[in-house]
Every structure is written in structure tokens, then in C-alpha cells.
Design a protein around this ligand. Structure first.
Ligand code: UD1
Ligand code: CA
Length: 448
């Protein structure tokens, strides 16, 4: 191939999503925690397009904010996908190359499938359009690809317009098209709305192009699940389940071990290193990065946390935003860590709260010990040096610092800094009265 053909992407996202019964634009609904529009923007980003234009509806300010810094155009009335593409024409003025059109409600499309779609458009001098299809088990609801004997596309028939024979076709339209920019405008002028929905369909373009002696080629997705779109809440639930499954599979392929994958809930940006073992029922919120050979025991909840290599977490641990756990650390049951750095090999084995702390390496943070980080107005920091031993049931009242090697006796409430290698005890002295308990029992018996 000579010089690279320029590429423009148009994402159709102006639909109100009436079937979602929500005031939010459909493409703002989230899958794995990320709005669908951002999924598709990320996907087309891999293709390094020369320009990306999103077609939005009027008053969709949240959507416009989510699109930035990409260009958007407004489709004032939603009269169908063909009309939506028409709304993008002014923004395409002067552009010569391939125009990739994708639907905003199809978040699972893979960049490799779109690359195949673009390559198909560039095959053969008479190819005006390429369409991305998928062979699916249940084609209900999708446009069907009616294919010529030579493998080119004859037409796309929408569910509502299809006859019984056409409905049997199980190769469906993903909604992704690649078109020769020089002909789009003319072809769109020839699309009418004589169909069951009274809409201008982008799917009519292949038939229009055929009248122009230009053929339409078909590319197929790599994984039929990529075609899963979202028109209703139930479909959003199904889409989420499929996206979860696909992401889990990719981790498993990369060497993550999951004992019960279906019970591990991931976020779109979750990162997990090879060799990490995840027991059942673990929740990943946004921004979690897990290293290699980590052991995550059952029933953990993570958000915005990083976990170093060979660390063990759980069962029943909660890591909140800003928890930076080092390597070979042990975080045990009912431990909560927030906005704190935990040094290598430190142990917080049970029933503890660590918030706004900087903890060194080889620290032992005892059972029931906590950082007292909040005075009712502000948060304060606790600094714990290397090798510090903190006994059970200790309150570290921040701001406070314990220097390297310090020892804090169990049950202490520490309100001032402790120097290196010092012992600190902050609890009332134990009084012992010989024979008191026996005397007490006797007295109670007499009174009865
Ligand atoms: C569309 C396709 C169908 C395909 C299916 C894949 C058409 C006519 N049909 O049907 O062949 O199998 O997607 O999921 O294209 N939109 C606008 N403006 C409009 C109408 C829609 O921007 O006037 C946007 C929507 O925001 C949405 C996308 O286009 O992101 C698709 O619209 P939707 O109504 O969901 O089309 P489907 O009925 O699913
Ligand atoms: Ca749709």
C-alpha cells in the first residue's frame, strides 16, 4: 500500500435510549464502571484516527463532557442512524479517506475487528462500503446481512422489516461500517424512510451503493460476543455479565488463577499480575492494581488500591482508595486500609484500621490496633518507622510518629511521638487486690 489512507471515525450516540426508560443518554450507562461511549472512544483510539466525531442529541451535556476533547455534532431530531450520519457531514467536509461509523451502544467491539473492517473496505477497486458482521446464536433484534453468492453484501434487513426467511439469517449487523468519504453525501441523499420504523437507516447504504455499481464487503468480528449491544435495562445487565466474563477470561489467559471466576467482579481498569491467586467472592472497584503472585483470599473489597507482589490479602479485607500495599505484606481478616502506604513484609493480620498512615517495612500492627486519624474536623497522619512492633488494641492518636524499632505495649493509647527503639506504654496501671474476688462471691451469697 502506498501512503496510509486517512481515517475519520463517526460514533452515533444521539439516541435517547427510550427503551432504557431513563433520562440519561443511553451511551452514558456504564459497563464495568465505564460509560459505553468511553468504551467505544477507547476502542477507536487504538486505530489512531485522523479525526473522531461523535453525534449527540440536544441537551446531552454530560455526554458532551464525557466526549472531550473529541469533536461532537448535534443531531437535532433522532430520525434514524442514516440521519445521524448525515448530521456528521459538515464536520467531515474536506476530509478524504475512509470513514468508520460505529454505534455508541456497542462497547465490546475489539479494535482488531475494526481493523479487519477497514481492510475489507480497502479491498478491490469497486468496494464502496464494508460492514462488520457477526455470526450469532440468536439473531433476534439485529439487522440481518443478506449475502450475495460471491460473498458481497446484497442488503441489510432490520428485524421489523424482515420476512420469515430473512429472519432465519444468523449473520447480523454490528452497526460498524467503513465508507469511502467521497460518496457518503450522495448516497445518504438516496436513503429514504420507507420502512417499518419510518426512520432513515444507515443500513440502506449498501443497496444505494449497489445502484452506483459499488459493492459492499463483509468483515466478521473475532468473537461473536463483541456484537452485544444495549437497548434495555435487561440487555445492560446481560452486557455487564458478558463484559465481566470476557475480562476474566483475558486475565486467566494472562496467568491469573481464579478459583471461581464467576464470583470475581472486575472493573474496566483492573490490573492483575500473572501468578496471582484469587479465591471466590472478590470485588474490584475502580483503579485497583494487583502485582504478581499475590494471594487474595475470599470476600475482599478493593477500590483505588495497589497491592505489591507476593502479598496476601484477606479473607474479608477492605482496601480503600490510596491504599498502597508493598510486597510480601500480610493483610488479614477484617482489616481496613485507607490512603496509607504499607512497607514491605509488614503484617496487619487481623481486626485493624489503618488510615492516613505511612508505615515502614517489617512492622507488626497488632490485632485490634487502629490509627485514630480524625478529630471530628480534620484527618491527621500517622508515621510508623521500619520494624516497629505495635501490640494489640493500640490507639495511635494522629498526628503521631513512631520511629524505627519502637515498641508499643498492648492496650496503649499513644498521643505523643515515640523515639527509635523505645518502649511506649500508655494505659492505666493494673491494680491487684489479693483475695478480693473470693470475698466478693461470699458477700453475694450472704446477701441472697
Ligand atoms: C442498529 C442497526 C441494526 C444493528 C444494531 C446493532 C440500524 C437501522 N439498525 O439497530 O442493523 O443490528 O444496531 O446493535 O442502523 N442513533 C443516533 N441517532 C438516531 C438513532 C440512533 O445517533 O437518530 C444512535 C444511538 O444512540 C445508538 C445507535 O445509533 O448508539 C444505534 O441506534 P439503535 O436505535 O440502538 O439501533 P438498533 O435498533 O439497535
Ligand atoms: Ca442498539
Amino acid at each position: 500500500m502506498s501512503k496510509k489512507t486517512p481515517l475519520a471515525v463517526v460514533i452515533l450516540a444521539a439516541g435517547k435510549g427510550t427503551r432504557m426508560q431513563s433520562s440519561m443518554p443511553k451511551v452514558m450507562h456504564k459497563v464495568l464502571g465505564l460509560p459505553m461511549i468511553n468504551w467505544i472512544l477507547n476502542t477507536v483510539g487504538f486505530l489512531k484516527p485522523d479525526k473522531t466525531i461523535v453525534v449527540v442529541g440536544e441537551g446531552m451535556d454530560d455526554l458532551i463532557a464525557a466526549i472531550a476533547p473529541h469533536e461532537y455534532v448535534i443531531q437535532h431530531a433522532q430520525m434514524g442512524t442514516g440521519d445521524a450520519l448525515k448530521a456528521a457531514l459538515p464536520a467531515l467536509k474536506g476530509f478524504i479517506g475512509d470513514v468508520l461509523v460505529v454505534l455508541g451502544d456497542m462497547p465490546l467491539l475489539n479494535p482488531a475487528s475494526l481493523e479487519r473492517l477497514i481492510a475489507a473496505r480497502r479491498t478491490g477497486a469497486d468496494t464502496g462500503i464494508s460492514v462488520l458482521g457477526a455470526q450469532v446464536g440468536n439473531p433476534f433484534g439485529y439487522g440481518r446481512l443478506l449475502i450475495n453468492k460471491d460473498g458481497t453484501l446484497l442488503a441489510i434487513r432490520e428485524e421489523k422489516d424482515a420476512n420469515d426467511n430473512e429472519k432465519l439469517v444468523n449473520i447480523v449487523n454490528t452497526g460498524a461500517f467503513c465508507l469511502d468519504s467521497r460518496r457518503i453525501e450522495r448516497w445518504l441523499l438516496n436513503v429514504n424512510n420507507n420502512n417499518a420504523q419510518g426512520e432513515y437507516y444507515i443500513t440502506d447504504l449498501p443497496e444505494v451503493a449497489a445502484k452506483d455499481n459499488m459493492s459492499t464487503r463483509i468483515a466478521l468480528v473475532g468473537d461473536p460476543r463483541e456484537v452485544c449491544g444495549c437497548n434495555t435495562h435487561q440487555e445492560l445487565v446481560d452486557l455487564e455479565a458478558i463484559a465481566q466474563q470476557m475480562l476474566r477470561e483475558s486475565f486467566i489467559d494472562d496467568g491469573v488463577i481464579m478459583q471461581d471466576p464467576a464470583s470475581v467482579y472486575l472493573h474496566y481498569d483492573t490490573q492483575i499480575g500473572a501468578g496471582t491467586l484469587i479465591e471466590p467472592n472478590v470485588y474490584f472497584g475502580g483503579g485497583v492494581v494487583v502485582g504478581e503472585d499475590v494471594h487474595i483470599k475470599a470476600f475482599c473489597y478493593f477500590e483505588g488500591a495497589t497491592i505489591g507482589n507476593k502479598t496476601t490479602v484477606g479473607p474479608y479485607a477492605r482496601l480503600r482508595p490510596g491504599a498502597e500495599i508493598g510486597q510480601e505484606v500480610r493483610i488479614g481478616n477484617f482489616v481496613e486500609v485507607k490512603k496509607s502506604v504499607i512497607g514491605h513484609r509488614s503484617k496487619i493480620s487481623h481486626l485493624a484500621y489503618v488510615g492516613d498512615a505511612i508505615m515502614g517495612a517489617d512492622v507488626n500492627f497488632g490485632c485490634g490496633a487502629i490509627t485514630v486519624n480524625y478529630d471530628g474536623f480534620e484527618k491527621h497522619q500517622t508515621v510508623i518507622g521500619d520494624g516497629v512492633m505495635i501490640g494489640s488494641n493500640v490507639n495511635l492518636v494522629a498526628p503521631v510518629a513512631l520511629d524505627n524499632g519502637a515498641f508499643v505495649a498492648a492496650g496503649s493509647t499513644i498521643t505523643k511521638n515515640v523515639p527509635a527503639d523505645a518502649l511506649s506504654v500508655g494505659r492505666s496501671e493494673v491494680k491487684v487486690r489479693q483475695g478480693w474476688a473470693a470475698l466478693n462471691r461470699k458477700r453475694k451469697n450472704i446477701n441472697k
